[in-house]
Ligand binder design. Structure first.
Ligand code: SF4
Length: 67
């Protein structure tokens, strides 16, 4: 499985490399089988603005802005 093409500039991957975020999202989505289903990636590919608080599973986590 190839890495997500946005991995270098994605705040979810960049700011949350450890702990639960890494285990649940980065491995599953950014470098895993759920890549095609990442809510951030879908918006990005569509040319739409991606909220900073948006998680790969479509939920929002306000604390993501400061993690
Ligand atoms: S969170 Fe989504 S857009 Fe960001 S690097 Fe991971 S798969 Fe790509």
């Amino acid at each position: 499985m190839a890495d997500c093409e946005y991995i270098a500039n994605c705040p979810v991957f960049e700011k949350c490399r450890t702990g639960v975020i890494k285990n649940v999202f980065n491995i599953k989505y950014c470098r895993g089988s759920e890549l095609e289903n990442c809510a951030r990636r879908i918006l990005k590919k569509a040319g739409k603005e991606v909220p900073l608080s948006l998680l790969p599973n479509g939920e929002h986590l306000e604390t993501l802005k400061s993690c």
